[in-house]
Design a protein around this ligand. Structure first.
Ligand SMILES: CC(C)(COP(=O)(O)OP(=O)(O)OC[C@H]1O[C@@H](n2cnc3c(N)ncnc32)[C@H](O)[C@@H]1OP(=O)(O)O)[C@@H](O)C(=O)NCCC(=O)NCCS
Length: 135
């Protein structure tokens, strides 16, 4: 799979799918960017856990450009793709699409991010990624 901004990945199962509610809005009535960033972070962690059973933390999230606003009522999908598994880190691409439920259900690309998660032990020190059997 290669996630692209050009086409809604209809055949893929998103890591997270969420309806945006009025509590998620900013001062101008659209969805607060921080809410989307939070879900991107969770989606990346979900993807990282497909490869590593232990704890992971976020070490880096690259530049995030919001191309389209997200509205209350939109069904937002967070698709993930593993880009690289290093010694202790897992780099994940997250692509965000909004389904305009009050606008004929069209899908619009919102943003994407590359997030690096690090496997850590109970003292929060980096540890080697322990690949799951199905990997
Ligand atoms: C994650 C953390 C344990 C890494 O510690 P560190 O001393 O940088 O560890 P290392 O230098 O050994 O790097 C660990 C891995 O992260 C990668 N890494 C470190 N900084 C990175 C960055 N800015 N971007 C991308 N990858 C990075 C390294 O390349 C390495 O990957 P590899 O083993 O697969 O090659 C430490 O930075 C930390 O605790 N950060 C806070 C995490 C957190 O709390 N996140 C939630 C935000 S509130």
């Amino acid at each position: 799979m290669t996630l692209s901004a050009d086409a809604f990945p209809a055949d893929e199962i998103p890591a997270i799918k969420r309806v945006m509610m009025p509590r998620d809005t900013n001062a101008v009535g659209t969805i607060f960017g921080g809410v989307i960033l939070s879900e991107i972070d969770l989606a990346a962690a979900t993807e990282a856990h497909r490869h590593h059973a232990g704890m992971v933390v976020t070490v880096s999230m690259d530049k995030v450009d919001f191309k389209r606003p997200v509205q209350v009522g939109d069904l937002v999908s967070f698709f993930t793709e593993t880009l690289r598994i290093g010694r202790t880190s897992i780099k994940v691409k997250v692509a965000v699409w909004a389904c305009r439920r009050f606008g004929e259900g069209i899908h619009e690309y919102v943003t994407e991010a590359e997030v690096t998660m690090v496997a850590v032990d109970e003292t929060f020190q980096p540890v080697e990624v322990v690949r799951r059997e199905e990997d």
